[in-house]
Design a protein around this ligand. Structure first.
Ligand SMILES: Cc1cc2nc3c(=O)[nH]c(=O)nc-3n(C[C@H](O)[C@H](O)[C@H](O)COP(=O)(O)OP(=O)(O)OC[C@H]3O[C@@H](n4cnc5c(N)ncnc54)[C@H](O)[C@@H]3O)c2cc1C
Length: 509
């Protein structure tokens, strides 16, 4: 039972068409795009799949409304198109429509109500322009206070006149999307390696270090794509980035009881800025997010600050009946946006459009953008690499190439496997369970039980993370293949299950 995603550099080819540096969503997307065009690919990450920014997102598949508001019509349209592709073609198993609600209370003037309504109607035009069906994302409408409170019971009641209800896309989990894209790339023939750091690169060669053994090696390539996110400038000195930090809080659902829609809580004193309260699977909700410029060296794992946590709690407390307290916060995380430095101005104003830049030595860097647009970013990067290196490659296929486990929603709904596995692996849910049975010889009851009280991840998922998704240690399993680690108090009792999965798999691999 082998996986083509594995840690270290043992057995990697020494010459390929394309080397991809970084296995966040961008690098995983580039690996898939290049491999599915018939190119030989080696894609590496210094740490693990989704180690960087890609696991710290809001987990939204954006329609691009905020870009529309900023006058960036092209970026907004591109986002809406890619959202539709994910929801309807490539990843229906990992995405779903999410109701979004902007409360209209006495703090919101009639003029602001008009602006919010106009924005949502603009968002619906984007949906139509992207040809995404209204069965997938229904039209926005104004709802009564009673209906608003049914969808979001924690809302402050006093002065509530109703709400504007819209729809956007939500991911099951960002790291799961990265893992699935990387596994799909491996399925197309890409060599996908974690714990493999690129020490330096030119357009035709990379020097790599196996982070398990310390051994270094060189690989030659026709093209090298740098998808190292906020670390991209470490490898190509022509790149200038101006990262900005975004922080989220993690709350238990008891702190926001009954929440069934995302709430956009307006930031007092600002016309077009909101803090989002986002219900999630597995009994938690996120509150985010901030936008703080970051100077100095880029840390491996950014940390939220107390002022950011206080700001998020204050904005939501103003919109909710019961104020939130620091004790409601059971986890917090921060991510760095890899924004291109465009000189002066607030980081929130820097363009979210991606850029493809070819260095003097021929390294193609792809940077910026967002999770939602990873497919288009990958297409543009591989197009640039193919043109620069004059590669003999097929046209891009990813617009219609389903990720592993994808199927239409009716098929997914009809699957017999446990709902949790279908939500996270789609039609591969059966493969996950079958693999875990074969590897462990345990009963389904043991494989599908929550790994600890109140922690719904299962042993079956952990085993599959090792056999098929390249997980090599407890952290890979609890912080990226599953997201148990987002609540530190849940992570502690789950460590035993992760160690057990590693021992069971080691005995069979
Ligand atoms: C707080 C926040 C919220 C966001 N929310 C959303 C959202 O809801 N929806 C959305 O669409 N977008 C969102 N985004 C944007 C999106 O998350 C990012 O644009 C995207 O994840 C960037 O992915 P990436 O692959 O380019 O970078 P990363 O995910 O950071 O990946 C880079 C990888 O390169 C590796 N690496 C670095 N140096 C080397 C080296 N020398 N050798 C080998 N590997 C190396 C790192 O280990 C890392 O895994 C959000 C961003 C932030 C910060």
């Amino acid at each position: 039972m082998t996986t083509r995603i594995s840690p270290g550099l043992t057995g990697v080819p020494t010459d390929v068409d394309v080397v991809v540096i970084g296995l966040g969503i961008t690098g995983a997307g580039v690996a898939l795009d290049a491999a599915s065009r018939g190119l030989s690919v080696l894609a590496v990450d210094a740490h693990d799949l989704a180690f960087g920014t890609s696991r710290w997102s809001s987990k939204l598949v954006h329609g691009g409304l905020r870009y529309l508001a900023a006058g960036q019509v092209g970026v907004a349209h591109e986002s809406a198109v890619e959202r539709g592709i994910l929801l309807e073609v490539t990843a229906p198993h990992l995405t779903h429509a999410m109701a979004t609600l902007v409360p209209l209370n006495d703090a919101v003037t009639r003029l602001q109500t008009g602006v919010i309504r106009g924005g949502l109607l603009g968002g619906d035009l984007l949906r139509q322009g992207a040809r995404t069906s209204k069965a997938t994302l229904p039209r926005p409408r104004r709802i009564s206070a009673t209906e608003a409170l049914q969808l979001a019971p924690p809302l402050r009641r006093a002065g509530l006149r109703g709400a504007m209800l819209g729809w956007d896309g939500q991911l099951e989990d960002d790291a799961r999307l990265v893992t699935t894209v990387a596994r799909t790339a491996a399925g197309q023939g890409a060599h996908v390696r974690t714990r493999a750091r690129v020490l330096d690169a030119t357009g035709t060669r990379v020097r790599l270090r196996d982070e398990l053994t310390g051994a270094t090696t060189e690989v030659t390539a026709r093209a090298v794509v740098n998808a190292a996110g906020v670390w991209a400038a470490d490898l190509v000195d022509e790149i200038r980035l101006r990262p900005s930090r975004g922080t989220h809080l993690v709350l238990r659902e008891e702190s926001v009881p009954g929440l069934r829609a995302a709430v956009y809580a307006p930031v007092p004193g600002e016309t077009n800025r909101f803090v989002l309260v986002l219900p999630q699977p597995d009994g938690v909700a996120y509150v985010g997010l901030t936008d703080e410029p970051v100077d100095g060296p880029v840390p491996d794992v950014p940390e939220p600050t107390e002022p950011e946590i206080g700001f998020l709690l204050d904005v939501v407390s103003a919109a909710f009946e019961k104020p939130l307290h620091r004790s409601d916060v059971v986890g917090a995380y921060a991510g760095l946006r890899p924004l291109l430095d465009a000189g002066a101005g607030r980081t929130s104003d820097l363009s979210r459009r991606h850029a493809v830049l070819t260095s003097r030595t021929g390294v193609v860097t792809i940077v910026g953008g967002k999770l939602t647009t990873y497919r288009r970013m990958a297409e543009d990067a591989v197009d640039a690499a193919v043109a620069h290196a004059r590669l003999d490659a097929d046209p891009c296929r990813t617009r219609t190439l389903p990720l592993l486990g994808a199927a239409d929603r009716a098929t997914l709904a009809g699957l017999e496997q446990p709902v949790r596995l279908v939500r996270r692996y789609g039609t591969d849910a059966g493969l996950v369970l079958e693999t875990a049975r074969e590897v462990t010889h345990l009963t389904d009851a043991e494989l599908l039980a929550p790994v600890a009280e109140g922690v719904p991840a299962t042993l079956a998922e952990l085993v599959f993370g090792i056999t098929h998704e390249g997980a090599a240690d407890v952290s890979d399993l609890l912080d990226r293949r599953t997201r148990v680690g987002l609540v530190p108090a849940d992570r502690v009792p789950a460590v035993h299950a992760a160690e057990r999965a590693l021992a069971l798999a080691a005995a069979r691999l």
